[in-house]
Design a protein around this ligand. Structure first.
Ligand code: PRP
Length: 216
């Protein structure tokens, strides 16, 4: 029995496929054309699950996946009482978690309304600011919230900054740097130690050799 690997769908999935391929783990069907959500690896040893970001830690915590590949944003948002190990920075999907708001409009001193998909991260950040803040949970397209008057600012992922700019917003404070991480189920770390350790070492090598990410 090999490893069950849960991978964040979308950009992270595409960028980590070359890294997994360097570890001789490749899906037997083409994930781009298939509607399957669980793929056998070509060697038949492993399984790759295509998962929504927030579900990757859940699968790993519950042991239905031995390892998971997702963003540091998802891991931080999942919570501080993590019952899995974060073992490797895959150095892909690099971006920043930032506060942002309408250009030239300062945050109110008190009663700040913050919209985010990452309310746990936002709450932790604003707790340190000793401000009175309320949080509005959205699922995406956060940039709309200040435009509609729903929030004074947002806490969101910023990569190129183009989405902020296109919506009349400016980046303010950096909360933390984000990249894609490998997480490991605690029991699997013991029961499948050799397999997990091999994967970590091979991924480490692939990252060090700058195995190219696929172009977007
Ligand atoms: C992310 C993020 C921003 C955008 C930032 O959204 O939430 O909207 O990318 O990228 P940029 O700085 O290069 O413009 P994503 O595309 O993941 O969709 P979402 O808004 O539905 O989360």
């Amino acid at each position: 029995m090999g490893l069950v690997i849960a991978v964040n769908k979308g950009r992270i999935f595409e960028e980590c496929m070359p890294l997994l391929a360097a570890c001789e783990i490749q899906p037997s069907d083409d994930p781009k054309s298939s509607r399957k959500l669980i793929f056998e690896s070509v060697t038949g040893n492993h399984k790759i699950i295509v998962a929504r970001s927030a579900d990757v830690p859940t699968y790993v915590e519950n042991g239905v996946a031995d390892v998971g590949i997702t963003g540091k944003d998802t891991i931080l948002e999942y919570g501080a009482d993590m019952t899995f190990y974060e073992r490797l920075d895959l150095k892909i999907g690099a971006c920043r978690m930032m506060t942002a708001g309408p250009v030239g409009v300062p945050e109110p001193a008190q009663g700040v309304r913050v919209a985010s998909k990452f309310v746990n991260i936002a709450r932790q950040y604003y707790q340190k600011q000793s401000k009175q803040v309320s949080f509005i949970k959205l699922s995406g397209a956060l940039e709309i919230a200040p435009l509609l008057g729903l929030a004074d600012c947002i806490v969101d992922i910023v990569d190129t900054g183009n989405t902020l700019k296109a919506n009349g917003l400016e980046a303010r404070e950096t909360i933390c740097e984000i990249s894609t991480r490998l997480i490991v189920n605690r029991a699997s770390m013991k029961t499948k130690f050799d397999l997990v350790q091999d994967l970590i070492e091979q991924l480490e090598n692939a990252v060090a050799q700058h195995v190219p990410a696929v172009s977007q």
